[in-house]
Each structure stands twice: as structure tokens, then as C-alpha cells.
Design a binder for this molecule. Structure first.
Ligand SMILES: [Fe+2]
Length: 415
């Protein structure tokens, strides 16, 4: 693939003040989007592919999309996991259409070329022709015509893959601080998938990353979080990053304390509001340490959600500059007692396309993209809350993690 629209991008000028300003064109320019697909999603990034719990047995597979390309993650006979590009070596047909399933081998429906679970071409009909006529040339080598395979790595039940072999392990890629937060949820305890949501959001994929890196909005936009004390500015919290700025976490601690006067004056705080069924939020502490919320953003396509007892992987699938899919995998632990499983499922109502909290974010992203697309190409967004630096902060009135993301983004994108 040629580097997307190099001449067009070369004329672009990032605004002054570095990552504290974000130009409109990064959300709308198709050349920028093409370069993102190539350098970020097809580049040396570890992309979240699936959970091992989704494909427990040999032959189990899960189809998904990493950047622009569909892949199939499949458990091989020896228990290892392969991630194969969903493209038949013959005529490029996407041979797999099911989201999940179990197979002995993959057969492309078009001409029935058949591959094993490692993507090796096992055979094709009429390779030698029929009654001496037709068939493939003598020098055709099936062993040279397998499916394209990605580099794969796993950690504690989570599968990552890459189109270009990254020059660092997943552990180095995450860095010690982010790895610590990752292992907090993925400690090696066996996972259980509880369900899925899928939604298409008419905005640029980066607005999703920004949203989760943005504690400033969480304490203002979300009536539900503020009113029921799940995320408030008066709670102990931090926003932290890895050394590159590309990954981040928002960490917060729920308190039952009465809201600070400054919070109580917010129009979104409704002290008279109560829940008919208070079990919708009955969080119980299950992780060591103080935090009750850890929202982790891992470059470039994953959000790990741990809000109270509601956990989900949110996979970002960019479609074009103005649209992305968000694929949610809601999970718990295989050894959860029934009441904990029920609690997680009830709390899951806060999230997803129609979630009592998440629905606000989808709307905010849609309207942000609309404002960006209608605005001047060279107008810019201000990301100066908490200063212009990209160091960690131990409060929520900051946009430092968004700045960290764009600091790294600019270096990868050459902007
Ligand atoms: Fe939000």
C-alpha cells in the first residue's frame, strides 16, 4: 500500500502549543485516515484481538476487524492461538462470515480451497484437472499459498496481534505502570464472557480514545455517575500514562460521602434522584487497593473498562475518517459466584449503546464530529485543562492523557 496522500499531508501544519491543540483535519482528512491505517493499525502496534475465553477449544474461532482488515483468531490443535487474515489466497474472498464458531479446517465457499487452523493450504478441488484436462500448473506449490498470519502474543487470557512484528514484547510495549493496571484485572484468573454489544458511532475513532482519556467530561456530562457517586471531582483520583503517552488510565475511588458543595451545585447533580431498583448500583470491592474505577486506554484499539464490578473490553474498529464501530465484550471471572455474575450483568446496564452512562458519550462524539466537519479545516480544539504538559496528575481537572495520546500520535504519523 502506498503511503496515503503524502503530498496532501505534507502541506498540513500542526497548530502551535504542541499536543495541547488538535487541528480539525485529523478527524476528517481521508489521507490522514489512510496513513493511520497504515502506520498505526498495520504498523508495529499490538492490537487487541480477542479474549482466550472466547475460543477455549481447538477449532474455536472469533472473527474481528483490526484496522482495515478482517482477521480470524483461532485456537489450534496444540492449544496455541493463530490470527489469520480473512482472505482466501486464491481470489481474496473473505472466507469466514460467522462472528464465532468452531471448525476442523477453513474452507472458502467460493472454490472450496481448504486451510488448516494454522492457515496452511491443505488442498483445492481439481488441482490435477478432470480426466486429464485443466487443473493447476505443475509448478503450483500449495505450501507457498497459505493464509496471511499475524504475529500473536497473549497475556493472562488476552490476545493481541500485529500485522508488522513489533520490536518489543507486549510487556515492554505497555511499560511497567500500564502493565500493573492491566494485571490488576487480568491477574491470570480465568475469564468468562457474559455478552456483547456492538454499535456504530458516526465520529472519528480518536474521539473515542479522547473520551476515555478525559475525566473532565465524566464529572460534568454524566448525570448518572455524578448523582450516584460513581465518578466525581471530589473523589481521590489520578490520570496516568506510560512513558510514550500512548497508553493511559483514569483511576478513581467511589465514596459514599456527601458531595462537596461545588459538586452539589452542578446542574447535573440531582440529590433527590433515587433508583427504584438500587441493585443497579450495588458495587462490592473486589480488587486490592483503593480504586473502584480504572479505565485503561491501550494504543491503538482497546479500552479496558473496570467501573465498579462492570468489566468490558471495548474494541475500536475504524471504518473511515467519520465512522467507527465499537465492539464491547462484557466479561467476568469463571469462578464468580452466581450473585456476582448477576451483579455484573445488572451493572452492565450503565454501558453499551443504550447504557445509562455510555449513551451520553455516543451522543457527545456524534455532535463533536458534526461540529468538526462543519467547521474550518484549520480550526483547532483546545486541550489545555491541567496545563500543556503530559505528566501524570492526581486529580480529574486535566486533559493530560489526551495530550499524551497526541504527543505519540504526531511522532508515529510524522505530523
Ligand atoms: Fe463519558
Amino acid at each position: 500500500m502506498a503511503d496515503g496522500g503524502t503530498a496532501g499531508i505534507a502541506a498540513r501544519r500542526w497548530p502551535e502549543n504542541g499536543a495541547a491543540r488538535i487541528p480539525n483535519w485529523v478527524y476528517t482528512d481521508p489521507d490522514i485516515f489512510a496513513r493511520e491505517l497504515e502506520r498505526i493499525f498495520a504498523g508495529p502496534s499490538w492490537l487487541y484481538a480477542c479474549l482466550e475465553a472466547e475460543i477455549p477449544n481447538p477449532g474455536d474461532f472469533k472473527r474481528s476487524r483490526l484496522g482495515a482488515r478482517e482477521v480470524v483468531a483461532v485456537r489450534d490443535k496444540d492449544g496455541t492461538i493463530n490470527v489469520l487474515v480473512n482472505r482466501c489466497a486464491h481470489r481474496s474472498m473473505q472466507f469466514c462470515q460467522a462472528n464465532r464458531g468452531s471448525v476442523k479446517e477453513f474452507t472458502c465457499p467460493y472454490h472450496q480451497w481448504t486451510y488448516d487452523l494454522g492457515g496452511r493450504l491443505l488442498g483445492l478441488p481439481f488441482r490435477r484437472g478432470f480426466k486429464g484436462k485443466g487443473g493447476m500448473p505443475e509448478d503450483f506449490r500449495p505450501e507457498e499459498r497459505g493464509l496471511e498470519r499475524l504475529a500473536v502474543t497473549t497475556r493472562n487470557g488476552v490476545v493481541f496481534a500485529s500485522f508488522a512484528q513489533p520490536n518489543e514484547t507486549l510487556e515492554t510495549y505497555l511499560g511497567p505502570k500500564m502493565l500493573g493496571y492491566f494485571d490488576r484485572v487480568f491477574s491470570g484468573r480465568k475469564l468468562e464472557v457474559l455478552g456483547y454489544y456492538r454499535q456504530r458511532i458516526p465520529s472519528n475513532w480518536k474521539l473515542m480514545m479522547e473520551n476515555i482519556k478525559d475525566p473532565y467530561h465524566a464529572g460534568l456530562l454524566h448525570v448518572f455517575l455524578i448523582t450516584f457517586g460513581l465518578f466525581r471531582f471530589d473523589q481521590n483520583s489520578s490520570t496516568e500514562m506510560d512513558e510514550t503517552g500512548r497508553h493511559g488510565v483514569l483511576v478513581s475511588r467511589r465514596s459514599d460521602d456527601k458531595a462537596d458543595d461545588a459538586i452539589a451545585r452542578l446542574p447535573q447533580y440531582r440529590d433527590k434522584l433515587t433508583l427504584t431498583d438500587p441493585r443497579l448500583i450495588d458495587p462490592v470491592r473486589e480488587f486490592p487497593g483503593e480504586p473502584t474505577v480504572v479505565m485503561q486506554t491501550l494504543w491503538p484499539n482497546l479500552i479496558v473498562q473496570q467501573q465498579s464490578n462492570a468489566m468490558a473490553m471495548r474494541q475500536i474498529v475504524p471504518l473511515d475518517a467519520g465512522n467507527f464501530d465499537l465492539v464491547w465484550t462484557v466479561f467476568g471471572y469463571a469462578d464468580d459466584p452466581p450473585e456476582m455474575r448477576q451483579r455484573r450483568l445488572r451493572q452492565a446496564n450503565l454501558f453499551g449503546p443504550a447504557g445509562l452512562v455510555s449513551i451520553d458519550d455516543s451522543e457527545a462524539m456524534l455532535l463533536s464530529q458534526a461540529g468538526i466537519a462543519a467547521g474550518k479545516d484549520d480550526a483547532d480544539g483546545i486541550v489545555e485543562m491541567g496545563g500543556r504538559g503530559i505528566e501524570d496528575h492526581h486529580h480529574m481537572l486535566t486533559e493530560n492523557a489526551i495530550r499524551g495520546f497526541y504527543h505519540h500520535y504526531r511522532s508515529v504519523m510524522g505530523l
